[in-house]
Design a protein around this ligand. Structure first.
Ligand code: SF4
Length: 694
């Protein structure tokens, strides 16, 4: 064992890829990471891992890492390496000038779901207490913001209801808009084990994902719906539950608002929501919808797991609430084996949302207009907080183009590559006078930056990540930051350059501030995390070692709320010019835009992004497997190679977005979720034609 003389627990840290939150022992020789060994006592992974967490850490030492701060006057100028002192003084001076010239609302910040809870907490603090506004947002805007809205509205808490262990007591799983085999592999293994033991599976996905049929696993139902028809399908499932009397009246009367249930039941019972009518919208046979509804409602403990195929739609929030309705109607909440479980994409999506990264919410999902909550932070921070919600990312970009938003601090996020409508993002960034990018690499957004502050990897800092089951896992520094500072230290230096006067000496002190201000974290300390390994929030006087299953005996909001979820077709329509629907996903060996996975030694496993197309659609266009094709939408066009497969239905094409050259977000539309602005990445009308390559 290569241990640098440290005890085992001091080398245990948390994977910085997906929301499963696997624990690893880092084996070090000096400052060199030799191996990542899955940790047998990790509560989320129990000694298991996937290829990303185990092997894809080479980016930490990659030559592309920028280790010195850089500044430039104009984005067309070459970068100039400067000292940390000069970079921070320059940034502070520019930010002060902008606020003096344009007002305090002319600045904002973006937190990252790649960073720790402590780092995220102090970025939102910098914006609220330092900049004096609420213009803070997070990359969760483009993935799980509808989860936050939908679950808070229906249950009262913006989080999944169960722990991962719960799957061991599940009898029927609805898997909708998620492909855990590729996206959440260690959780997928636990799910597969349960399915092999006899649990039943219903897959709702336009694509025939692996779990529909894999060794010793056969889904009872696969509902291959037309992209964009989630709400119609879920309402049709509810129609069957209500009209066939399969709902759990005792649970609803005790735990939910009965009048709201009756209004909802009347709505879903309407014949236009019947499986026969919804078949016309979704393309899914009515008999399969009826069978799936009966299985979920009567098959024992029913659990729903979902991913971005639910949230990244113009009705993303509505879809989350439709899932919540179904779970409440069937009594599938408040005990192990059931529940509503968002599979979070990035390592700390849950945490970045918990930490007050949204412009309308302080940490713990408390609205900024709530005077009592503001009072807690105002007293501690000795400031007066703005009581109006700030700008979301798309609104910051709009305001930049309009001239009222002039400077931004972006930590660990590449908005030019990951946000919708690339041209608009570029225009917004180009219009600003001081763009500060704090990251590991010169990413695409940095093309529009005036200041670049080098970031640190998860191996170089202490802190915590919160995974998809609300589990707060320790991140431990196993090597010194190559740039000299962990990200939380850089944010503190910037805050102090602006006169904030912070003096944190370790992230445990930031966690103490989180605990002092945020009821769901009131009992969380680094000492408790050392003792327990990890805890799931809420963790407080009522639950001193955390809460594996939420809403036991009662919902966080009091009575569970049924919401009428009317299906509204997306404005993105197919037609003679754009006859196919594009949807997107991930592969196992790559991660999001590939900034880390593409910079690792295991490139032998890397697959390029391909366009999956059904044999019938390919034949019509004279396309053979491996041919270059031109993929065009109303927004833009790109080129990639075709993969001919019946995993996708006729009329649907599918691609991943791991390589910058794929430019998936040049293709996608600028439609977004009505409640949260989460982009509609999963539905784009396109045309596909044979081409000569890029
Ligand atoms: Fe990391 Fe997720 Fe793989 Fe676990 S499943 S090793 S958290 S990428």
């Amino acid at each position: 064992v290569i241990d640098n003389g440290l005890p085992e627990h001091a080398r245990v840290t948390t994977c910085a890829y997906c929301g499963v939150g696997c624990s690893f022992k880092a084996e070090m020789r000096g400052e060199e990471l030799i191996r990542m060994v899955p940790y047998k006592d990790g509560k989320a992974n129990r000694g298991h891992s996937c290829v990303k967490g185990r092997f894809a850490y080479g980016y930490a030492n990659h030559k592309d890492r920028i280790l010195n701060p850089m500044i430039r006057e104009k984005i067309t100028d070459p970068w100039r390496e400067v000292s940390w002192e000069e970079a921070l003084a320059h940034t502070a001076s520019e930010f002060r000038r902008i606020q003096h010239q344009y007002g305090r609302s002319a600045l904002g910040g973006i937190t990252s779901s790649r960073c720790t809870n402590e780092e995220t907490f102090i970025v939102q603090k910098l914006v609220r207490a330092g900049f004096g506004n609420n213009n803070v947002d997070t990359c969760a805007r483009v993935c799980h913001s509808p989860t936050g809205y939908g679950l808070k509205t229906t249950f009262g808490t913006s989080a999944g209801t169960q722990d991962f262990d719960s799957v061991e007591k599940t009898d029927v799983v609805i898997l909708i808009g998620a492909n855990p085999t590729d996206g959440h592999p260690v959780f997928a293994s636990r799910l597969k084990k349960r399915l092999r033991e006899g649990a039943k599976l219903i897959v709702i996905d336009p694509r025939r994902i692996d779990l529909v049929r894999s060794p010793h696993i056969e889904a009872s139902y696969h509902l291959p719906l037309k992209p964009g028809s989630n709400v119609a399908i879920l309402t049709a499932l509810a129609h069957v539950v209500v009209t066939e009397g399969l709902f759990d009246e005792a649970f609803i009367r005790e735990r939910c608002d009965w009048d709201e249930f009756q209004d909802w039941a009347t709505f879903v019972s309407d014949p236009r929501n019947s499986p026969e009518e919804v078949e016309k919208i979704s393309g899914v046979p009515a008999a399969a919808i009826r069978g799936a509804a009966r299985l979920y409602a009567t098959g024992g403990n029913g659990a729903v797991y979902y991913g971005l195929g639910v949230t990244e739609h113009s009705q993303g929030s509505t879809t989350v609430m439709a899932i919540a309705n179904l779970a409440m109607a069937t009594g599938n909440l408040g005990r192990p084996g059931v529940g509503v479980n968002p599979l979070r994409g990035q390592n700390n999506v849950q945490g970045s949302c918990d930490m007050g990264s949204f412009p309308h919410e302080l940490p713990g999902y408390r609205h900024i207009s709530d005077e009592a909550t503001r009072d807690i932070f105002e007293k501690l921070w000795n400031v007066t907080l703005d009581d109006e919600p700030g700008l979301r990312i798309p609104n910051m970009l709009d305001a930049a183009v309009d001239g009222s938003f002039r400077g931004i601090y972006i930590q660990g996020e590449d908005i030019l590559q990951s946000d919708p409508d690339t041209k608009h993002v570029a225009a917004g960034l180009a219009a600003m006078e001081c763009v500060v990018v704090h990251d590991l690499f010169l990413n695409e957004t940095a093309n529009y930056a005036h200041v670049f502050l080098p970031g640190s990897t998860f191996l170089e800092k202490d802190g915590t990540f919160t995974n998809a089951e609300r589990r707060i896992n320790r991140v431990r520094r196993v090597m010194a930051p190559k740039n000299g500072y962990a990200d939380w230290e850089v944010t503190q230096l910037l805050a102090n350059a602006l006169g904030c006067g912070w003096n944190y000496t370790h992230p445990r002190e930031i966690m103490a501030e989180i605990a002092a201000t945020t009821p769901s974290f009131a009992g969380v300390t680094y000492e408790l995390l050392e003792k327990e390994g990890s805890v799931q929030w809420p963790c407080n006087d009522k639950a001193p070692t955390g809460t594996p299953v939420m809403h036991v005996g009662g919902f966080q909001r009091g009575k569970g709320k049924f919401v009428v979820t009317e299906y509204v077709a997306t404005d993105e329509k197919t037609g003679p010019r754009f006859p196919l629907l594009l949807t997107t996903g991930r592969i196992l060996t790559q991660y999001n835009v590939g900034a880390q996975t593409r910079r690792t030694a295991n490139t032998v496993w890397h697959e390029e992004d391909r366009l999956e197309i059904h044999p019938h659609d390919a034949e019509q266009r004279g396309i053979k497997d491996g041919d270059w094709v031109r993929l065009a939408s109303r927004s833009g066009e790109t080129s990639l190679k075709a993969r001919i497969t019946d995993r996708v239905a006729p009329g649907v094409v599918y691609t991943t977005f791991h390589h910058p050259g794929t430019q998936a977000n040049v293709i996608t539309t600028d439609f977004s979720d009505w409640a949260t602005n989460c982009p509609e990445y999963k539905v784009t009308a396109v045309q596909v034609a044979l081409s000569n390559g890029p």
